[in-house]
Design a protein around this ligand. Structure first.
Ligand code: MD3
Ligand code: FE
Length: 217
């Protein structure tokens, strides 16, 4: 008889869950990357600090954002766009560190997207109370490429709707280390994040960080 380690040690088998056609949730996928990932994020945030962007409608977003990669997602009174220059510093965004690139590519490959090469990584920071209203991600040129998202820190309730704004969203709790690959039809589905509940994460403190890797052009 063989002994399977996974039979006796709970919660170590990586799980894969289909959320919708093309949307795959890999619970804990980012955990093995953590030791390299967190210092890399700290360096990015030193060079390009989190800031609250203004929507074209004039609202200040409760989520604070920054980017790394050859382009970054920005919003101002003129609209949304990907830009090679950080408008705060007037400099290029920090380069995408290899550990981030590898995490995104490995996760995408696990979901069947074999040569995912994102130019942009948008980094969102939520403190308790911060939220992201229901929206579609439509500022990229290539909707055939997936978006890969990585959740870190406090858990969030992710709202996952459908192709129409009025579609009632399903709720998923996304936790530290969870990775989701959004491809196929789900790529253009409405989604958002419910106001973050208060808490203290043992590694990340009183916040949630979300990375989204995007093929912008
Ligand atoms: C489903 N971020 O930055 S990540 C965003 O947790 C964004 O910060 C959320 O929505 C966050 O645009 C959600 C999950 C996510 C990202 C992109 C998607 C889900 C998606 C694109 C299409 C469908
Ligand atoms: Fe989004």
């Amino acid at each position: 008889m063989t002994t399977d380690l996974f039979d006796v040690v709970p919660d170590v088998r990586p799980s894969r869950e289909a959320m919708a056609d093309g949307a795959v949730l890999l619970r804990g996928f980012a955990r093995p990357f953590e030791a390299e990932l967190l210092p890399a994020l700290r360096e990015i945030v030193k060079q390009a600090p989190f800031r609250h962007l203004i929507t074209p409608g004039g609202h200040r977003m409760s989520v604070a954002m920054t980017n790394c990669g050859s382009v970054g997602w920005v919003s101002d009174h003129t609209g949304y766009r990907y830009d090679a220059i950080d408008p705060e510093s007037g400099q290029k965004w920090p380069a995408m560190p290899p550990v981030l690139r590898k995490l995104a590519a490995d996760a995408a490959a696990d979901a069947g997207f074999n040569s995912f090469g994102p130019e942009a990584c948008l980094i969102n920071r939520y403190v308790p109370g911060a939220k992201l209203s229901l929206h579609q991600d439509k500022d990229e040129l290539d909707f055939d490429a997936p978006i890969v998202s990585v959740s870190l820190g406090l858990p969030a309730i992710f709202l996952f709707g459908g192709p129409k704004r009025a579609d009632k969203p399903a709720r998923y709790r996304l936790e530290h280390g969870d990775v989701v690959i959004w491809g196929g039809p789900s790529r253009l589905f409405f989604h958002g994040v419910a106001p973050l509940a208060d808490g203290e994460h043992p590694v990340m403190g009183r916040q949630r960080i979300n990375l989204t890797f995007r093929k912008a052009r």
